[in-house]
Write a protein that binds this ligand. Sequence first.
Ligand SMILES: Nc1ncnc2c1ncn2[C@@H]1O[C@H](COP(=O)(O)OP(=O)(O)OP(=O)(O)O)[C@@H](O)[C@H]1O
Length: 660
Amino acid sequence: MSISSQRRHIDTILSYGGYQSAHKSYSPTHEMIGRSWKRCLSDYGLDPCQPRPARIVTHQTLREHQDSVDEFLNVARAGVEQLYAQVASLGYVLLLSDYRGITVQFLGDQRDERLHKAGLYLGADWSEQYAGTSAVGTCIQEQKALTCHRVDHFDSSHIRLTCTAAPIKDPSGQLLAVLDISALNSSRTPESQNFALHLTQLYARLIEDVYFLRRYRHHLVFKCDQSRELVQVSGQLLFALDEEGHVLAANTIARDLLVQLQKMDQPNLFLPELLECQWQDILAINHCSEGTRSFRVQGTQQTLFGTLIEPKSRTSSLLNPSTRVIQQDESVPVLDRLCADDPAMRQTISLAKRLRNKEVSLLILGETGTGKEVLAQAIHASSHRAKHAFMAVNCAAIPESLIESELFGYAPGTFTGGRSKGAKGLIQQANGGTLFLDEIGDMPLPLQTRLLRVLAEGQVMPLGALEPVDVDIRVLAATHCNLQKLITEGRFREDLFYRLNGATLTLPSLKARADKQYLIQTLMKQINSTLRLRADAVSALLAYSWPGNIRQLVNALTFAEAICEGDEITVHHLPKDITLHPPEWPALIGTNHIASELFSSEDIDSHTKNYAKNSEQERLLSLLRQQRWNISAVAKHLGVSRPTIYRRIKKLKIPMPKDA
Ligand SMILES: Nc1ncnc2c1ncn2[C@@H]1O[C@H](COP(=O)(O)OP(=O)(O)OP(=O)(O)O)[C@@H](O)[C@H]1O
């Protein structure tokens, strides 16, 4: 290294502030280095004009440092050796230092004098207080991974080195050690070390997790990840648990999540509460077919897939089925088929199973196309009413003038002409079985009053009849509306709401479901069991946001099946809207984006809403004209239901032609 470059470096440090001007783009790493230089000058009183030789501690001191992290060194050995094997041929050596900056493990050529002189050696002291700014010393102070590249070092004798370090923390978040890879020489650009930084961080995390698992080997550990496929081999978040489900410790990534959720300092944190589930749901994971289960993180839309690592010594009988009965829901195939592993669906189906034979009315909530009617049918089919009728009434689709006679029927002579003979209404036809009232929020108020009477008294009074008729029905109702809001606005009877709402079953949107892949494959089989979905098609289907939910998915698969000539559906067979423009608001281009407006308009501010409403009106109108006012065709085109189209026509005040 030339004297002149050392001199220049010393001048830069002395004209502190020069650090900033020496770096055009100022990154978090630059900020860390800048802070370190300041500490070296002001806090430790280091003199840049006096380069310091590497300080290697005595054997005795080194042994003391090594002994204090003995258990950790044993655990870390495999990871350290593996990392070194990956980088040795690139000219790097590896240093593992303790939290005080003393190198307690070194992998490199011990006979190389240059390494010894540069402090890349066993027993070297890399603390900031002694060696100035360096990857190890600054990592200890900042507790973050960084590369200290060439002139980033404080001491001018280090300005040819490139060093990258990452912290390793113990399960309580305290710094335990620093993993570092360094080279005597390197390319001038710091970016050349980006890969080194990622690799070092990856191995630091790996070693940290191995240590975590070792420390909590006698406890139950819940391991989870955002990917179902990766959780078993490389689950990123670890929680050690006590026998009741309280969190004893969490690894760095899990602690980051707790900080994000503001739960970090919560004593006695109960994992099931964090994952919106029962303790039994976690204990039963290993009884699930793949040994994983999905969970929703409290108060977020985030899904995590979890698996359990059992305690090594069986002092605890936590997971032993012979000593502890793990309560699993009974199997009810017709309901079980509706989902695979999704936390929200699991809750809904579990509730449906428990209530299927009870006489309480159920209210099914969910966006359009989420399968509310399918769920209602499944509840009916799995109940003791299954051998009687399932009658579905769409309160939004039947014109207001007919809904009364459709529901309640009419006595002979009430009407003239073709209807003079009288007819049984849908309520009577459902006798012994189930009446499904879809889009209940659209039922006119006077009919709500009559329906309430039927539910309260178990009797129906057909139009024009003198005597009521006894009926034995179970009512399931569904809506995508906010009924509480309709009640406040005086558009829905509160007493009817309580009658209908014996319990609420909520269906998640397709976008939020963790078992999308299962649904895609199941629906494909139902549409055409001889066709296979190629991986690129599955990826595109998984990436799409599905404003029209399962109905839109069915339409997309039906479309693909129709145009596919071979036995394999690829991404090219899918509707273009799905593959080209995932419909995220506010990208409202083309007809299919009307669909996204139909469902996401609540999230939009009022100014945008007005704009959206006008343009939606124009586009819906143009589509209606294009489809010659065929509501079914428009609904299919947009991947929504017919009632939804009727509702929007009403809401957007689109005048219907007389013959439509
Ligand atoms: N679990 C499922 N398995 C197979 N098909 C399903 C499933 N859920 C829904 N579908 C299909 O999706 C479409 C929409 O379902 P459904 O009519 O039950 O939804 P919905 O929520 O009642 O819709 P809307 O609110 O518009 O009335 C139907 O074609 C139905 O067959």
